[in-house]
Every structure is written in structure tokens, then in C-alpha cells.
Design a protein around this ligand. Structure first.
Ligand code: HPA
Length: 250
């Protein structure tokens, strides 16, 4: 079964409570993807999902096989892809539990396999990337969020290497660069999607104040609790609204 629409789920997979109908393992020229392609249903519509950090294990952001993940979605017919990414909130007024649709990114990652044009063959394309996220998908996510009464903001997403969180000085630098939020996984994912011609956008869930911002701590436990409770409930409601809409427009 071909799925035009795909979903990349980050650490919140368990909290979304997906019912998986099918699982298909995929071989790729780049090694194994993080998980099989999982068919799950949102609002009654089935789509192809992949668990970015694995179904059971916790693959850290810098060790995710992004090339294999995107390749495997592409092999299953995915041409439009939503990614759910947890982020730390940098901008004042952006609180844990809130959602955002990044409109730009800055890549601070290093050493990741970040291109299909790796010099191993004669192919090379310098893909256009001035708009890293698909504007139409962003608009659809925003419209669905508005329809369910969930506020979403836009902004620049800084993408750091992890798995450690940032220092307060690093976050100050990201803020000076214009980043409203910080995550660890939008790159190279967004660029690889572009290389494959997959329209890609991120729905970001703030799970903590970034280092040195806000009153709270940035521990993983605190993140998961917030992620589980508020943010992922909102993402679930958003997907129930959004997925049938996106499928109808295919
Ligand atoms: N920094 C980087 N990535 C993140 C954070 C953070 O504070 N929170 C969730 N993902």
C-alpha cells in the first residue's frame, strides 16, 4: 500500500497511543532505518509512520540514521511528511506544552550523514533550501491548530548536536542568531527530505525552557512529564484533524 502522507514521530511515540495496523521492515542502501514503517490511523485515516528514535530502544539524535528513515518513507510512497519534534523554548512567552511550526532553521549539527550526495557516485545536486519547510504543509498545520483552538507560533528552530542539552551561553548565542526554539533532529531530516523531493514540515512541541531560560529545570524527566501530559495530547488532537484533511487534498 502506498502512502502519500508520512509521519516521523519523535520521543513522544508512546504518548500518542497509536494503534499500529501493519509493520513493514525496509532495507535501504544506507543501512537500517530506526523502525519499520508502521501504519497507524488518525481520525480514521491510515498513514505511514516511522519512530525516529526506534520503537523500543532510544536512538540518540546524533545517531539516528536519517538517510535510511527518509529513504524508507520514500520507498513506501511518501511524498509529504510531517515530523513531530520536541524542542526547548527560547523565546519569552513560549511555554513548555505549547506547539510551534518552525518557519526557518539554523543547523548547528556536525558529523551527521546529512546528504544523499555523499560523493559515492557521480550524482550531485545542490538542492534549493532557502525555505527549509514546505509552506503549504505549514499552512495546513496552522489551519488545523486554529480549528481545534490550539495556539501555535512560528519561528526559527536551531538544531543542535546533542544528546546533551545546551549551556546557557549557547542558548544566548542561539537567541542572538534569531532562534525561537531549539531541537536536535530537524537536521539533516529537512534537507534529506528536500533532496528526495518530499514536502516536509515540523510540528514542534516545547517540552522545556531552554538552558538558562525560564524558571524551571531542563531535566529529561521534567521534559517527558510535560511532553506526555500537555504537548502530546495537543499533537494527537491536531493530527486527528489534520491527517484526514491532508489525505483529502492528495
Ligand atoms: N535543547 C535541544 N533539544 C531539545 C531541547 C533543548 O532544550 N528540549 C527538547 N529538545
Amino acid at each position: 500500500m502506498d502512502h502519500n502522507l508520512g509521519l516521523i514521530v519523535g520521543s513522544g511515540l508512546d504518548y500518542l497511543g497509536l494503534t499500529i495496523a501493519t509493520r513493514s521492515a525496509t532495507e535501504t542502501p544506507f543501512g537500517p532505518p530506526s523502525s519499520p514503517i508502521l501504519t497507524a490511523s488518525f481520525g480514521g485515516s491510515p498513514i505511514a509512520c516511522i519512530a525516529r528514535h526506534g520503537e523500543k530502544q532510544r536512538i540518540p539524535p546524533h545517531a539516528v540514521n536519517y538517510r535510511a528513515n527518509l529513504w524508507s518513507l520514500y520507498q513506501h510512497g511518501v511524498r509529504r511528511c510531517l515530523a513531530i519534534n520536541s524542542v526547548g523554548a527560547i523565546d519569552p512567552g513560549f511555554e513548555p506544552g505549547a506547539l510551534a511550526i518552525p518557519d526557518q532553521l539554523i543547523d548547528y549539527t556536525w558529523g551527521r550523514e546529512h546528504s544523499y550526495y555523499d560523493g559515492s557516485n557521480d550524482e550531485l545536486d545542490h538542492v534549493e533550501f532557502s525555505e527549509p519547510f514546505d509552506p503549504e504543509l505549514r499552512g495546513r498545520i496552522a489551519a488545523a491548530a486554529q480549528a481545534i483552538g490550539c495556539p501555535v507560533r512560528a519561528g526559527v528552530c536551531g538544531v543542535t548536536q546533542g544528546p546533551r542539552l545546551e549551556t546557557a551561553a549557547e542558548i544566548n548565542r542561539l537567541a542572538r542568531d534569531g532562534c525561537a526554539m531549539v531541537g536536535m533532529t530537524a537536521m539533516p531530516e529537512a534537507a534529506l527530505a528536500r533532496e528526495l523531493g518530499i514536502a516536509y514540515a515540523v510540528c514542534a512541541v516545547a517540552v522545556n525552557h531552554a538552558a538558562g531560560r525560564g524558571p524551571g529545570d531542563t531535566t529529561i524527566d521534567a521534559q517527558l512529564e510535560r511532553y506526555a501530559s500537555l504537548g502530546m495530547q495537543r499533537v494527537g488532537a491536531l493530527l486527528d484533524r489534520l491527517v484526514p484533511d491532508l489525505i483529502a487534498m492528495a
